[in-house]
Design a protein around this ligand. Structure first.
Ligand code: GLU
Length: 428
């Protein structure tokens, strides 16, 4: 359960149950897919800079591997819970399936706050995590990646620890690595760019010009920044972004009516995606409460921070001008809020389709790492664009044909693919 009372795992199970019912899934298959196949819980003893040892609680959840090795990020967050990780692992299974890549779903998390840790302490957490899980991950088992508050540097420390234990080089054990250390070009941009490839296609279908489209983005971390980058490059306007303020221990949104200047904001942002509030003021940004990101009269909302961003408490505050939501974050809309959005005929591109660009590029990274042969950036991004575009149309076309929402169509495709893989393997 998160602090605000939402349990993402229950949410993920509810969403699954609803579609499983519609698809008439076999009972055994339902039981198999509504829970993770394996999970690992550990206490990591970590040497701190002051000489003490601190114990951090950590998890790795493998939801399903019928389509291939499990795949999914590792998050560092002070409010991480095993249920959040379970939900995220389940969503990874649907994400890889809807993106049509031969991988399963997994997720990891460590309960810690990187704001309070030195680089050395974070390195120690990464190495301890791999010491605990090394027998149960691997290029053919489960391949971690970055997620909330973890970066290419964390992935490199983890890969190094894995290789040290194995005594061999395994660049395919983890993705999202630094580019000169086995990482794929374009991986950093991939999730945010993927969100915009999908939005671009949606706008085409609606016969609307991206150049006349205005967005408000929740977050200013990796996904939000690269979504803003490509959206602005295509001619769109972003009027607001938001971020956590560690000093005030609350979120703020930053608004500029004629559109943010991305490079200007980036230059006053730390590695956690937190914007310097004083400097933002000097540069003419209006500072508003964090939740105001969804109150602006824009065309599209892009939640690109954490889960449970749009709830039954704030969904009513979305102005009627907004008619599209493209989810960059995982699980940003609670089922209650989603019902309200459905009644409003809001077009919602579901998270596990819209943000599948990250894992799709991770898949490309794995392929490159395993071959030890790296592709130019244009090739990576071209392939990514093709994958995201075709995943979008598969979902869009099914939604039109069956007259269902994109979320349901995406679930139908994903669950069907995983169910068929389980059946074909003779698991059920
Ligand atoms: N953490 C990202 C996600 O939620 C990427 C996972 C991956 O690349 O494996 O999709």
């Amino acid at each position: 359960m998160t602090e605000d009372g939402y349990n993402p795992y229950e949410m993920a199970q509810e969403q699954f149950d609803r579609i499983a019912e519609k698809l008439n899934l076999d009972e055994g298959l339902k039981d198999l897919l509504r829970e993770p196949i394996r999970e690992y819980h550990f206490n990591l003893p970590v040497k701190m800079d002051d000489g003490s040892t601190k114990v951090f609680r950590a998890f790795r959840v493998q939801h399903n591997d019928a389509l291939g090795p499990c795949k999914g990020g590792i998050r560092f967050h002070p409010e991480e819970t095993v249920d959040t990780v379970r939900a995220l692992a389940m969503w990874m299974t649907w994400k890889t399936a809807v993106a049509d890549i031969p991988l399963g779903g997994g997720k990891g998390g460590v309960i810690c706050d990187p704001h309070d840790l030195s680089d050395r302490e974070e390195e120690n957490i990464c190495r301890e995590y791999i010491r605990a899980i090394n027998q149960n991950i691997g290029p053919l088992r489960d391949v971690p990646a970055p997620d909330v508050m973890t970066s290419a540097q964390h992935m490199l420390w983890m890969m190094d620890e894995y290789e040290t234990i194995q005594g061999e080089k395994y660049p395919g054990v983890i993705t999202g690595k630094p580019q000169d250390m086995g990482g794929s070009k374009g991986r950093t941009e991939a999730t945010g760019y993927g969100v915009i490839y999908v939005l671009r296609e949606l706008l085409k279908e609606l016969d609307r010009d991206i150049k006349d489209t205005v967005a408000s983005i929740q977050g200013f971390g990796n996904v939000a920044q690269y979504a803003a980058e490509l959206f602005i490059e295509y001619g769109g306007t972003v009027v607001s972004v938001s971020c956590w303020d560690q000093e005030d221990k609350k979120a703020y949104s930053y608004y500029k009516e004629d559109g943010i200047d991305l490079e200007e904001l980036r230059s006053i942002t730390d590695r956690f995606g937190s914007i310097d509030k004083e400097k933002a003021k000097e540069k003419g940004y209006e500072r508003l409460p964090g939740e105001d990101w969804l109150k602006h009269e824009v065309d599209v909302l892009i939640p690109a921070a954490l889960e449970n961003a749009i709830t039954e408490d704030n969904v009513g505050e979305i102005p009627s001008a907004v008619d599209m939501i493209v989810s960059g974050a995982n699980g940003p809309i609670t089922p209650e809020a989603d019902e309200v959005l459905e009644d409003r005929d809001m077009i919602v591109v579901p998270d596990f389709l819209a943000n599948a660009g990250g894992v799709t590029c991770s898949y490309f990274e794995q392929v490159q790492s395993n071959q030890n042969y790296y592709w130019p950036k244009e090739e990576v991004l071209g392939k990514l664009d093709n994958s995201m575009t075709s995943a979008f149309y598969e979902v869009w076309d099914l939604a039109q044909r069956k007259n269902v929402r994109m979320r349901d169509a995406a679930y139908m495709i994903a669950i069907q693919r995983v169910a068929e893989a389980c059946e074909a393997r003779g698991w059920v």
